[in-house]
Design a binder for this molecule. Structure first.
Ligand code: FPP
Ligand code: MG
Length: 346
């Protein structure tokens, strides 16, 4: 894709470069720390863990941990290791998530479950969680253990909430936010909170950092929802309209549903198209026509623009929580990151 011009002057790749620059060398240390864990006796685990870790991910959680750490103090070994823990937890959840979602492709490559089966995928995720716990325990900071244990509980709650409400046209915003905070934002919040804890900030500043991460995470999820409609499967490395086909009412759909008056013909049409996609069993011409009609209704409702505006509301709120930080390249990158999260195309 041609480089889009973002904001006033920066191209997307300029922006990415600026975001990563202050912590480039620290991120290399995180990557080394991640690879250190791959010493299992079992050859198959070596393969699955390598497959999962070396997949050109954006390392968003380590990035946020390191930027928040640098912005509120120093970046030492504890921060690097905590950043690695966050990535290990994230990758573990994906190994489980791909089983729950029957996903064949992740980041453009076959999933571990396709290559080696569901049981191996789940156990590889468990192995990563165990390694994350070991790393955390070595930092000798109980509070960090409790922060990340809470995240694991949140992740499970978020997934269960998603299962509970899937294929339910009555899904509410309360449920949407609960699910999004638990399954996406809680881990980002923990990354930022840990930075403040390790750097021994006052409690109210730690809470500000936590809220920065949480709001950032909600915006991240909202944009993820948007990309399900606007990106291509090549860029996403997974199919488009995937959420809907899995029975999820994500942000653009919730916004479209509330745009039309109760009892209106548009609302009836929208509901019937959503249900047709929920229960589609094929990719026939008829299905493609249903999808086109859905896109037309989203356009009539201005749903994609409203989704972007909603994400921006959360990034604005996120930024307000880091006003207290002194100016630094790290803080500037956190600001760029909140811009980038709304501009990303995968
Ligand atoms: C991706 O969601 C999934 C998550 C962010 C969280 C998954 C959490 C679990 C499976 C719960 C428990 C797991 C552990 C290890 C505690 P998505 O399907 O919306 O995104 P995708 O399109 O990237 O698959
Ligand atoms: Mg999934």
């Amino acid at each position: 894709m041609a480089q889009a011009q973002l904001g006033s002057t920066l191209t997307r790749s300029d922006m990415i470069e600026r975001i990563y620059t202050p912590v480039k060398s620290d991120l290399l240390k995180v990557q080394a720390s991640l690879l250190e864990i791959v010493t299992p006796e079992t050859e198959l685990l070596v393969k699955t863990i390598h497959h999962s870790l070396q997949n050109n991910g954006k390392l968003m959680r380590p990035l946020l941990t390191l930027l928040a750490s640098g912005a509120c103090g120093e970046i030492g070994t504890s921060h690097i290791e905590t950043a690695a823990v966050a990535e290990l937890i994230h990758v573990a959840t994906l190994l489980h998530d791909d089983v729950l979602d029957d996903a064949d492709i992740r980041r453009g490559r076959p999933t571990v479950r396709v290559e080696w089966g569901n049981r191996v995928s789940i156990l590889s995720g468990d192995y990563l969680l165990a390694q994350a716990s070991l790393k955390l325990s070595r930092l000798n900071q109980c509070r960090l253990v409790s922060i990340f244990a809470q995240v694991l509980a949140n992740l499970c709650e978020g997934e269960v909430e998603q299962i509970r409400t899937s294929y339910d046209i009555e899904t509410t915003w309360d449920s949407y936010y609960k699910k999004s905070i638990c399954k996406t934002a809680a881990l980002y919040a923990a990354c930022c909170e840990s930075a403040g804890v390790i750097n021994r900030l006052p409690e109210e500043r730690i809470e500000d950092l936590r809220l920065f991460g949480e709001k950032f995470g909600i915006a991240f999820q909202i944009i993820d929802d948007l990309l399900d409609y606007t990106s291509s499967s090549e860029r996403l490395g997974k199919p488009v309209l995937d959420d809907m086909k899995n029975g999820l009412l994500n942000a653009p759909i919730l916004l479209a549903l509330e745009s039309f008056a109760p009892g209106s013909a548009e609302l009836d049409r929208l509901v019937s198209r959503i249900e047709a996609i929920f229960h589609a069993e094929d990719n026939s011409e008829h299905q493609r026509a249903v999808q086109d009609e859905l896109f037309d209704l989203l356009e009539t409702a201005d749903a994609l623009e409203k989704t972007m505006a909603l994400a921006r509301r959360f990034t604005d709120e996120a930024r307000a929580h880091i006003d207290f930080l002194e100016d630094s390249p790290y803080k500037a990158s956190l600001h760029y990151l909140t811009d980038y999260v709304c501009q990303r195309d995968y």
